[in-house]
Design a binder for this molecule. Structure first.
Ligand code: ADP
Ligand code: MG
Length: 593
């Protein structure tokens, strides 16, 4: 229960639901006790009538009629109260589930890249859906049935002990013997529920493996068709599906024990009451059959709550394990945190001093003692082969990682001391892999500035040279992208992603190789537009093309995390080295076209 203590503040938050739930539970129990009482009394009256040979059947008839009506009314009230009990306690658990999901999701959003590298998406989704779901079973049903069981036990046992007012010892003795098998029932149900939960977890895991498999197939369907490996994939699917079928049969088998086990134990308890009660009736310690009838009804009222003790124990066990996993996530502190909340305006004066970065997980030294600076309004181009560390520089500026050593500062403020939120607000980044959401083109662009007007959206699309493509679509800016919509080409995606960064009108614009999939003419057009858009802004352009770099104020060439050349285009083409070679190679390619 240690881990589940985390939820106590939630119970406090919904204390009115909780208290009301307990009160309606008590009331429901009291009203449901009328039935066994009145049935027992009716039988007793009939027996008395027969025994005494009284000549007044009308009296018994009236009494029975009165009892039946009372039973109907009290049962109805008990039913309404039970409904209210669910409405308060189960509703409370749904509220807690909602709150907890939001809490976990919020935490996720704060965690850093390193966290996402260490945890698989599937696991993250499970925490938020399955684990939170299991915890809800504790907050809702487990708590509800526990309250229900405790109250019912207290009330029913009290009534059982008082069925024979003429000789209380008799009632107590009968009570003792009839509830004797109940702990056994709780134990068996606990064992069985634990087994059912285990099997059902295995089955769930199989199901999610099956759905991740299908999901990957559906997203990669073009490749699968192109390589014509549908049959092979079908076989794999059948194998997986067969496995999950086996698991579901195993689950069904264990579940099938539940009903018979219950019946067996209910039957045994009933039998015990009838045998013991019957013997006591014969030897005269019980004077009335009505008592036995009451006991049969009482014992049946206890069977479900007892079974629920077993079931609830296994629910709590599961919830504890789930809450433990959730707590582990909630405990993680993001290694990059904002420590400064004062308002700040950045002008985009960026300096790197002896910056090195070794990625923790791969131990790859991506940057090795890098120093450079870009002044407000300048454009810096970063050129280099794949894996030379270009994207790493971009991630460092928006502080997705902190450098292993060295200092990065903007306007003289060291990044760890800057207001992180404001820093990221002042940066417009176009990542190397454009990511668009399954939403309209307009919303994808407005992602950079939520309150942007349509005119601003169109303007930034024009500057990113994608407006003409967009108005060719039937729904234009309302065109839905992604799974339910159209798929953009690589170059179109890159340009929508550029529009998203431009619309933000940031002080610092970071373009990570985002023109790789557009042709040189479009590249030229975009660069021209950018020049006017980002006139007084700091711009970093990462590229492997000379054409992107030639107009920059400064160019740095990276190789294996080190700066091997730097200067302007004119300086670099007149120097032997990487840049000149690249320049000559790309000119030759252009002439061949
Ligand atoms: P570029 O953008 O120039 O292609 P990167 O900055 O992406 O290069 O990568 C530099 C080196 O760091 C590469 O060897 C790459 O494998 C490694 N690397 C890049 N990103 C990560 C990461 N998130 N985790 C671990 N290693 C990484
Ligand atoms: Mg890169």
């Amino acid at each position: 229960m240690k881990e589940l203590r985390y939820l106590n503040p939630y119970f406090a938050k919904y204390k009115y639901h909780f208290l009301l739930g307990i009160m309606t539970t008590i009331a429901a129990q009291i009203f449901s006790l009328y039935t066994p009482e009145l049935i027992g009394n009716s039988i007793a009256e009939i027996e008395n009538y027969i025994k005494s040979g009284s000549a007044n059947p009308e009296f018994v008839k009236n009494l029975l009629f009165k009892n039946i009506v009372t039973i109907l009314i009290t049962t109805l009230i008990a039913a309404i109260l039970t409904f209210l009990m669910r409405q308060t306690l189960i509703v409370m658990s749904r509220h807690v589930e909602y709150d907890l999901k939001n809490e976990v999701f919020k935490k996720y959003e704060y965690l850093t890249q390193n966290f996402y590298k260490q945890n698989r998406t599937g696991d993250l989704m499970n925490r938020i859906s399955e684990d939170v779901g299991r915890v809800r079973m504790y907050v809702g049903p487990a708590v509800m049935y526990t309250i229900n069981t405790v109250i019912r036990f207290a009330v029913v046992i009290y009534y059982m002990c008082h069925t024979t007012p003429e000789d209380p010892a008799v009632g107590m003795k009968l009570t003792f013997f009839t509830i004797l098998p109940l702990p056994l029932l709780a134990y068996f149900i606990f064992k069985l529920s634990t087994k059912i939960n285990q099997k059902s977890t295995i089955f769930q895991q199989n199901l999610s493996a099956l759905s991740s498999y299908s999901q990957e197939i559906f997203s990669g369907i073009r490749v699968i068709k192109a390589y014509s490996i549908e049959d092979k994939k079908q076989e794999d699917f059948e194998k997986l599906s067969m496995e999950s079928n086996e698991k579901s049969l195993q689950l069904a088998k264990v579940q099938a024990y539940f009903g018979p086990l219950m019946l067996l134990l209910i039957g045994t308890s009933n039998l015990l009451v009838v045998i013991l009660g019957g013997m006591m009736y014969i030897n005269g310690s019980i004077q009335n059959i009505g008592v036995i009838a009451k006991f049969v009804l009482y014992i049946n009222m206890l069977v479900w709550p007892v079974a629920s003790i077993g079931w609830v124990s296994s629910l709590i066990q599961e919830a504890e394990a789930s809450q433990k996993r959730i707590n582990e996530f909630l405990k993680i502190e993001p290694e990059i945190q904002n420590e400064n909340f004062s308002p700040m305006d950045f002008k985009g004066n960026i300096t790197f001093e002896n910056v090195s970065l070794t990625y923790e997980d791969t131990h790859i030294k991506a940057l090795d003692n890098i120093s450079f600076s870009v002044k407000t309004g300048e454009t810096l181009a970063i050129i280099g082969g794949t894996g030379s560390g270009k994207s790493t520089i971009i991630s460092l500026i928006s502080r997705l990682y902190d450098p292993t050593s060295g200092v990065i500062s903007i306007d003289g403020i060291k990044l760890p001391e800057a207001n992180l939120q404001r820093l990221r607000d002042s940066i417009g980044v176009v990542p190397q892999e454009a990511f668009l959401f399954s939403d309209t083109i307009k919303n994808n662009i407005k992602f950079g500035k939520e309150n942007a007007t349509d005119e601003e959206v169109i303007n930034s699309a024009k500057n990113a040279a994608v407006h003409d493509n967009i108005i060719d679509f039937k729904d234009q800016y309302e065109t839905i992208l992604g799974e339910r919509g159209i798929t953009l080409s690589g170059g179109q995606k890159q340009r929508v992603s550029i529009a998203r960064a431009i619309i933000k009108n940031p002080e610092i614009l970071l373009l990570d190789d985002c023109l790789s999939a557009v042709d040189t003419e479009t590249e030229e057009a975009i660069l021209n537009n950018l020049e006017s858009v980002s006139k007084d802004k700091t711009t970093l352009i990462v590229s492997h093309r000379v054409s992107s770099a030639k107009n920059a104020d400064k160019i740095i060439i990276l190789e294996q995390g080190k700066i091997i050349q730097e200067g302007t285009h004119n300086q670099l083409v007149n120097q032997e080295g990487y840049y000149k070679e690249l320049y000559l190679k790309q000119i030759a390619e252009k002439e061949m076209l």
